[in-house]
Design a protein around this ligand. Structure first.
Ligand code: C5P
Length: 290
């Protein structure tokens, strides 16, 4: 039995870090949004217990170093499935190490897809809780939509959807290491925080312009100088008419929100000449499984 599942990229409309936790992680407050840009995850159940992975990116590991393989193993272990394996075929489109949740979303799609193919109906937030064992962004990626993420990023609350808009995502050639950037962060020294409550209020008022204007990511404040290209891309998106621009997660991808398809297309055409990883996409609601 096989099927293809979408692993949608995630964006941080806002990202705040409130403090360091006793477990070494940080306490987060983020407004998360899924978008139509996605990887494709094909799952083909096997009559043995092997878990195999191949992808269109040759350098991605096909063993347990890959979070999608760990997701499959966790799913089979958790639900006591001892007579089934899976071939995972990843078609990667979301750039890796970009702050777009590509790997997390692949893992989430494996959890969702295996539930679908094996006929297991997880109760409530069971898949999200399973996802939290794999990584902080995996729970959000299970169903996506527009949500507030608290705690490590794994405590989720539904928000009003981001109003209809177009989004241009652009990643500079370099990547930024998430653990390294967290290490540079000293919450006491942050000069500015997003007003998350106001952003949530503007979402419920369907006020795209005010959401876009208030997007903010505290990591931008501490970006080492060698990552100056992030600001260059932000300026270019704003010059092209973006309502607001911000870096996603720990970067290095940046995105801008646009009111119309035409405006977004102009920005996309302008930037894709300079950047290989440039995408025109749109927000998506949460995925419901039967
Ligand atoms: O949870 P995940 O494995 O995706 O996190 C990657 C790294 O990011 C962690 O090892 C940690 O250094 C940092 N992190 C953090 N606080 C969070 C989430 C991630 O410090 N809430």
């Amino acid at each position: 039995m096989s099927a293809v599942f979408e692993a949608r990229a995630k964006l941080n409309l806002s990202l705040d870090v409130l403090g360091k936790r006793d477990d070494g992680y940080h306490e987060m407050k983020m407004v998360m949004q899924s978008v139509s840009l996605c990887d494709e995850v094909e799952l083909d159940l096997r009559p043995d217990v092997e878990i195999r992975l191949k992808s269109n990116l040759r350098y991605l590991p096909g063993d347990e170093r890959n979070i999608a393989v760990r997701a499959a193993k966790l799913f089979f272990d958790e639900f006591g499935i001892t007579d089934t394996g899976v071939d995972i075929s990843l078609k990667k489109r979301v750039p890796v190490c970009a702050g777009l949740g590509g790997g997390s979303s692949d893992a989430a799609a494996v959890l969702r897809g295996l539930a679908d193919l094996t006929g297991i109906r997880p109760a409530g937030d069971e898949l999200e809780r399973l996802g939290a064992k794999l990584g902080s962004d995996v729970p959000f990626c299970v169903y996506g939509g527009t949500r507030l993420a608290l705690g490590r990023g794994d405590e989720l609350e539904n928000l009003s959807p981001l109003p209809d808009c177009r989004i241009v995502i652009c990643k500079p050639a370099f990547s930024i290491s998430t653990p390294e950037l967290f290490k540079l962060l000293d919450v006491k020294n942050l000069r500015c925080h997003p007003d998350t409550a106001v952003i949530i209020g503007m979402l419920s008022e369907k006020n795209l312009v005010e959401v876009a204007r208030r997007m903010y990511n505290v990591f931008e404040d501490i970006l080492p100088r060698q990552y100056g290209e992030v600001s260059v891309i932000k300026s270019r998106l704003l010059d092209c008419g973006a309502l607001g621009v911000v870096m996603s997660g720990t970067g290095s991808a940046v995105f801008g929100l646009f009111e119309t398809e035409n405006a977004a297309k102009r920005a996309f055409d302008e930037l894709r000449g300079s950047y290989k990883d440039c995408f025109l996409t749109e927000p998506t609601g949460n995925i419901s499984i039967q």
